[in-house]
Design a protein. Structure first.
Length: 194
């Protein structure tokens, strides 16, 4: 697992921070969804309950996630309001008053686990490193800690993969390819010598 710590000024729009923008460029490929898109999400399928934000959908975040099919996206950006106070102020009490509380976030994470394809990714943002979690089948691959100085909480970013273990390195993939290739060549030599 990779852990990195950088210093950067906070930004109202998470995805405008240079360290996060750089991380997303290296981690995102395929079709991504964002249930709390705000104004700057790079995801292709964007949702935000705030009608003033440009997004394809304007639903409650949990309702949006429930609307997507099983294993339908390559990844999810999960950047909800970081505190209960922010969530309640921005999104008003929904989902039987649980919006913004741990129970609500757990239900969102259950839906994320359902919609992300096998070997797909979830990138989570917040004040903790909980992410989607191994109990939902996700393996932590990277943690980015963004220090904002003494008067601000750090932004913590987790990159997780849906499926067991860390992704193989290019060196591991090359080694596995060579082993496979050699096994095929040995098998062909064996057949030729019979």
């Amino acid at each position: 697992m990779k852990i990195q710590r950088v210093w950067e000024m906070p930004h109202k729009y998470t995805f405008r921070m240079k360290s996060i923008s750089s991380l997303l460029r290296s981690e995102m490929s395929g079709v991504w969804a964002d249930p709390f898109a705000g104004q700057t999400s790079p995801a292709q399928i964007r949702n935000d309950a705030d009608l003033s934000n440009e997004a394809e959908h304007h639903l409650d975040g949990l309702d949006f996630l429930k609307s997507l099919g099983n294993a339908s996206v390559d990844g999810v950006l999960f950047d909800p309001p970081y505190s209960v106070e922010q969530a309640l102020r921005k999104y008003k009490p929904k989902q039987n008053g649980t919006a913004g509380r741990a129970e609500y976030w757990a239900r969102c994470k259950d839906e994320i686990a359902r919609i992300v394809k096998p070997r797909g990714k979830a990138i989570c943002f917040g004040w903790d490193s909980t992410g989607i979690g191994k109990t939902r089948g996700f393996a932590l691959e990277e943690v980015l800690l963004i220090c904002h100085g003494a008067c601000h909480n750090d932004t913590i970013v987790t990159v997780e993969r849906n499926g067991p273990g860390e992704k193989p390195s290019p060196r591991q993939l090359a080694h596995e390819f060579m082993l496979e290739h050699n096994a095929v060549a040995d098998s062909e030599d064996h057949k030729a010598n019979q």
